[in-house]
Design a protein around this ligand. Structure first.
Ligand code: HAM
Length: 436
């Protein structure tokens, strides 16, 4: 018997890891820059959580969940997405009592028993950012900016497709208008859409079937049927995007595959691939979700991106990752005493948080300086016999070769002063431009 991957699953091999490492790193950096704290929720939740929020009529809940009953009789599901779990956690831990909005992010595997194809797995990784407890459109805009710039910073060319899916005030009327429009074309619709017509009418707009797409093109647009509040909200979001030169397409077919959205909905796709390729990420407002789960009415907005899809596109575009190792300080030593002292110096500096490199078994200075250059050290600290005798360290600027003698006891303060005037290089995004 031969064992193989379960259908729809994927191994992330060592050669792909630099892409994943870079993405994880940039996600944490984005969290820090925009003030989002990490929140990890469990892979398993009660099935009802997703039925209630994502929606029973959605493909995700009706067809794609990995659900089972435990020996104790609990009905559980592997999470198909993370927003519902975050909202549950927000309520359960009384985060409503914290300053609002509560801003959290995650990076975690999700599970959907969908038909596997390019860019579609049954276990896939998402990272997502959610801001809960604020209705201001500037937050929507900021999340769109974050999702857009995350990808452009990686060297990808992307587009924002944006729409509004209204709220409980204007959506019922729009759905009525839409159903009325489709009545005459019922027999032209694909079988899925015929079924969706009354249960999940909005989804008719993003069906991939050619005839359904033609009908969607001609259909009444939500933006023309929004209530005053939803319209103003959308206009404000768009104004903010224009302010930072984020290009967007107002696209009435962005309706998202989850029921909890209100007002702003957006997807990020590869530039020029709208309708052809699957989205790299998507998000929107979900102002009713927390209340739907028993919390107080709490406006919220967020997005999630698929990491496999981002990595695949980076590889397709031949975006290379800079795999070089960087460090701030290299410790070089010459002679028995210096070697002993450098062992201690290295541990001291490491505990203080400096990024370091050494090659303590090497004897010649030339060899050691070569390694220091390879590791892109900013400075090399050299301990030789003379320095040991004088109680000093030689500090060599690796960029210009200038060397200065510093009192051994003042070395930490000196390197800290020199390094703090520079951007922390270990935090720089490191991609190389695509090869043309
Ligand atoms: P979603 O559009 O279902 O939204 O998923 C977001 C992203 O996850 C997609 O754009 C895609 O990149 C990735 N993805 C989805 N399904 C698969 C799959 N089968 N294989 C590989 N990648 C996939 C959500 O999940 C919402 N929770 C996003 C959100 C957060 N809305 C508000 N906050």
């Amino acid at each position: 018997m031969q064992f193989q991957l379960v259908k729809g699953m994927k191994d992330i091999l060592p050669e792909e890891q630099p892409y994943w490492e870079l993405i994880r790193h940039n996600v944490d950096l984005m969290g820090a820059n925009y003030g989002f704290a990490r929140l990890d929720t469990p892979v398993l939740e009660f099935t009802n959580l997703f039925k209630r929020t994502v929606g029973e009529a959605t493909d995700i809940v009706s067809k794609e969940m990995y659900s089972f009953v435990t020996a104790g009789g609990d009905k559980l599901s592997l999470r198909p997405e993370n927003t519902a779990g975050v909202a549950r956690s927000y309520i359960e831990h009384g985060m409503v009592n914290q300053p609002q909005p509560v801003k959290v992010y995650y990076l975690a595997p999700q599970f959907r028993h969908d038909n596997p194809q390019a860019g579609r797995y049954r276990q896939f990784w998402q990272f997502g950012f959610e801001a809960i407890g604020d209705k201001d459109p500037v937050i929507d805009a900021q999340l769109i900016i974050m999702s857009h710039n995350f990808l452009t910073d990686l060297g990808l060319e992307v587009e924002v497709q944006i729409n509004s899916v209204g709220d409980s005030n204007c959506r019922p009327n729009y759905l009525k208008t839409l159903r009325h429009y489709y009545q005459d074309y019922k027999k032209d619709l694909c079988s899925d859409c015929q079924e969706r017509l009354n249960k999940n009418t909005l989804r008719l707009l993003d069906c991939k079937n050619k005839r359904c797409q033609e009908l969607a093109e001609q259909s009444p647009q939500f933006v023309d049927h929004l209530c005053e509040e939803c319209k103003n909200h959308l206009m404000s979001v768009l104004e903010y995007l224009e302010e930072v030169d984020i290009k967007y397409n107002l696209n009435s077919r962005i309706v998202r595959g989850l029921d909890y959205y209100t007002k702003t909905a957006w997807e990020i796709v590869e530039a020029g691939a709208e309708g052809k390729a699957s989205a790299l990420g998507g998000g929107g407002r979900f102002d009713d979700l927390v209340e739907l789960l028993g919390g107080r009415p709490t406006p919220a907005v967020g997005f999630a991106m698929g990491i496999e899809r981002i990595v695949a596109l980076m590889q397709e575009k031949q975006i290379k990752i800079d795999k070089e190792k960087y460090c701030d300080l290299y410790i070089a030593q010459l002679g028995v005493e210096a070697r002993k002292k450098s062992l201690r110096l290295f541990e001291d500096l490491r505990r203080d948080g400096f990024s370091l490199a050494e090659n303590i078994s090497k004897k010649g200075l030339k060899d050691q300086l070569e390694v220091a250059s390879k590791k892109h050290a900013k400075y090399t600290l050299i301990l030789g016999q003379k320095e040991i005798a004088d109680g000093t360290v030689l500090i060599r600027d690796m960029e210009n070769g200038i060397q200065e003698t510093v009192d051994f006891n003042k070395i930490k303060a000196e390197v800290r002063k020199r390094l703090s005037s520079q951007v922390m290089r270990s935090l720089k995004i490191r991609t190389k431009p695509p090869v043309v």
